[in-house]
Write a protein that binds this ligand. Sequence first.
Ligand SMILES: Cc1cc2nc3c(=O)[nH]c(=O)nc-3n(C[C@H](O)[C@H](O)[C@H](O)COP(=O)(O)O)c2cc1C
Length: 314
Amino acid sequence: MIPPTALSTKLGRLHLPNPVLVASGTFGYAREMAGLVDFKKLGGIVPKTVTLNPRPGNPPPRTAETTSGLLNAIGLDNDGLEYFLQNHLPWLASTEVACPIVLNIAAKSADEFPRMAARVKGLPGIAALELNLSCPNVAGGIDFATKPDLCRAVVASARDACPDLPLLAKLTPNVTNIVEIAQGAADGGCDAVSLVNTFLGIAIDWRRKKPILGNGMGGLSGPAIKPLALRCVWQVARAVNIPIVGIGGIATIDDVMEFMVAGASAVQMGTVSFYDPTAATRVIDQLPEALATLGVSSVAQAIGLVSKTWHPAI
Ligand SMILES: Cc1cc2nc3c(=O)[nH]c(=O)nc-3n(C[C@H](O)[C@H](O)[C@H](O)COP(=O)(O)O)c2cc1C
């Protein structure tokens, strides 16, 4: 019998009761899910990205279903940081939710990250900050995680501005070498890297002779990207000494276990919440049995079990 404490996990300074969180942009500000999901069971909630100033987002249509996936180009539609702090954070921090809240922030320019980080410094109810360095649907937003030096500098500036909060750097998979970007983030002093945001894609309505999304291109998520995201986790786990949060197409307990043995210390579930909001709490219930099947007695023992030991046969 695996005790509940054996499900806990650590992302640098961030301690979570279990390794399953819900991903930014796919769970709203959680209020939308009240009545459907038992928040207290979750390893954490990452609310929709917040920016310094309100953003209207992209023109519709903003989503399009594809084979085994979802394309989106929301464009970081949100009401801005002050609105979030006044209207969403008090409820998220309340006993009604009672699970770790990881505030996800994005910025138009590098100096906005430390400004936002400084603003939330010391506020109760925020367990950690996740820097969205990787939104594919905003001009400029993607650039922070496509160059190792810039990534390092942005992470370091946010950490300096808010030294007490654990810091996660959410990276884009739309790069040639994710390992060097993750190394940049680690060098900047983040507690963990979140791998990954969506993969750039496009859907075209050839009869109407135009892209389906109002923005043209969008980001692909859901089961279609799972092997690609898993590969990113695998590569970084084998090369960089930094805890990893695995994200991308995770929908079942098998997916969670694959990401953990590939090197993820925690996972976030995204698109699945749109069609099955209870998926995250269900896999948490299934975790003890899966760990027993793996032959380990804690989450900690499962992390990197394959990526840290496997070598190709020669
Ligand atoms: C509709 C939609 C909106 C998203 N919005 C955000 C966002 O605001 N900030 C962010 O960091 N990631 C955002 N993401 C990316 C997800 O958090 C996640 O990284 C990605 O979808 C891959 O995980 P999944 O395949 O489980 O959905 C969004 C994804 C979707 C589908």
